[in-house]
Design a protein around this ligand. Structure first.
Ligand code: GDP
Ligand code: IMO
Ligand code: MG
Length: 428
């Protein structure tokens, strides 16, 4: 299986980092294809916990190229700081590569992320504040800076002038200090020497690897329900974290993808604002947050929590063309007597089996629950499906039936090895 895409099925933080890391250990290349340092991917190896943001998980694997693809927005300062942290912990970062056509997050994109969120008040998106949205906006508006521009002083100045011009119109109107082109050019130029050895023709590198029969993992950031096209717009991120994003964000054709793996929690979480039909408030929500350790890796914000939503799972299966689900955090549900699962929605008195295309309907969708029997046995040591208590087996099989694709790996703990492999994602 040379080309495997890994995406999130829900609202992020499903455990994509762990899944990509496991696959990455048997891959020659891991490519991040969307988003930026808004992502927080956790990998636990023995006693060590790594939180990766901009750097692909492949950096933790031996002899594996970790490529930041053209679809990613790169904050060089954040990149260097993440590399410094990894190096200080003994990780060899010499296999990190950055696509020359990736776009650059600058200080003024970060500034505008803050200004816009503040101005929106209670209508804010609840962004991570990393400048992600403003940079993708600039990319689409054709006034952004790309990694390659940093090495051409004249082009760089032209690109910065184009971007700063519009921002200064706004700042002037608000009576705020204007951005200095000279300062931005100086800041970006200062990154050139450290960046230069990492910069490559990303799409060429990936396609050459695939031509040579190498195994390439495409690591998605964010998730299906946060996708700019398929998520709960406008409460989304500004890129395509769905499987199609792997093609545009890494520069490979759809015909090259062999497998699409969607990572899904045994329940649901969300950070930031926006609709969430199975959300729990009060004690149950707090219990799930504590049991699952649901606090953001990037911002530290408490995550909103709720039950498994099979309507969302089926939607993710459809828009990503999912071949396999990786279910994570089954262990967190241990001890519950009954486990509610959302099988459909009630939208203004009508039963609906699919995610409504109309956001107004999704906003009022109420979960219709069915219930599974729980289990009390500790399952963190289970390594085969048969090791699971009967009720846990039934829970997994039932969800598999109603979620639209087979469940190939079940997570029973945070550690790299705490998994039950039902189908081998590389070999089968
Ligand atoms: P990502 O953004 O999708 O990579 O996910 P995050 O790293 O933000 O959040 C997932 C959290 O769940 C991390 O703290 C992981 O260590 C943890 N995790 C992943 N899989 C499992 C699992 O099967 N069981 C438990 N208990 N924790 C898990
Ligand atoms: P990983 O890859 C969870 C959310 C933010 C906010 C919205 C827009 O770790 O799953 P942005 O800063 O991207 O403009 O914020 O998207 N968000 C995430 N939520 N996991 C993530 O990444 C996220 N990346 C962005 O909370 O609601
Ligand atoms: Mg995360």
């Amino acid at each position: 299986m040379p080309a495997i895409v890994v995406v999130g099925a829900q609202w992020g933080d499903e455990g994509k980092g762990k899944a990509a890391d496991q696959l990455g250990q048997r891959a020659n290349m891991v490519v991040k294809f969307n988003g930026g340092n808004n992502a927080g991917h956790t990998v636990k190896v023995g006693g060590d916990t790594f939180a990766l943001h901009l750097v692909p998980t492949g950096i933790l694997a031996k002899d594996c190229i970790a490529l930041i693809g053209n679809g990613v927005v790169v904050d060089p300062e954040a990149l260097f700081s993440e590399l410094d942290t990894l190096q200080s912990r003994g990780v060899d970062t010499s296999n990190l590569r950055v696509a020359a056509t990736a776009h650059v997050i600058t200080s003024y994109h970060r500034l505008f992320d803050g200004i816009v969120e503040k101005a929106l008040g209670d209508k804010r998106i609840g962004t991570t504040g990393r400048g992600i949205g403003p940079t993708y906006e600039a990319k689409v508006a054709r006034n952004s800076v790309r990694i390659q521009d940093i090495f051409h002083p004249d082009v760089l100045r032209e690109r910065v002038e184009a971007g700063v011009f519009q921002k200064n119109l706004v700042l002037r109107g608000l009576g705020l200090d204007e951005i200095s082109v000279d300062e931005v050019v100086a800041e970006l130029s200062s990154y050139a020497d450290r960046l230069r050895p990492m910069v490559v023709d990303g799409p060429l590198l990936v396609n050459q690897a695939l031509d040579a029969g190498k195994t390439v993992v495409f690591e998605g950031g964010q998730a299906t329900m946060l996708d700019i096209d398929h998520g709960t717009y406008p409460y989304v991120t500004s890129s395509n974290g769905t499987a199609g994003g792997a093609c545009t964000g890494a520069g490979v054709g759809p015909t090259r993808i062999d497998r699409v793996v969607a990572v899904i929690k045994a329940y649901t979480t969300r950070v930031g604002e926006g609709p969430f039909p199975t959300e729990l408030d009060g004690e149950e929500g707090e219990w799930l947050r504590k049991a699952g350790g649901e606090y953001g890796v990037t911002t530290g914000r408490p995550r909103r929590t709720g039950w498994y939503d099979a309507v969302v799972a089926r939607y993710a299966a459809r828009v990503n063309g999912v071949t396999d689900f990786v279910m994570t955090k089954l262990d967190v549900l241990t001890g519950l007597e009954k486990i509610p699962v959302c099988v459909a929605y009630d939208v203004n008195g009508t039963r609906v089996d699919e995610v409504p295309a109309d956001a107004a309907d999704f906003a009022v969708a109420k979960p219709i629950y069915e219930y599974a029997n729980g289990w009390t046995e500790d399952i963190s040591g289970a390594r085969t499906f048969a090791d699971l208590p009967k009720n846990a087996q039934k829970y997994v099989r039932w969800l598999e039936e109603i979620s639209g694709a087979r469940f190939s790996i079940i997570g029973v703990g945070a550690d790299r090895d705490a998994v039950i492999v039902i189908h081998d994602l590389v070999e089968e």
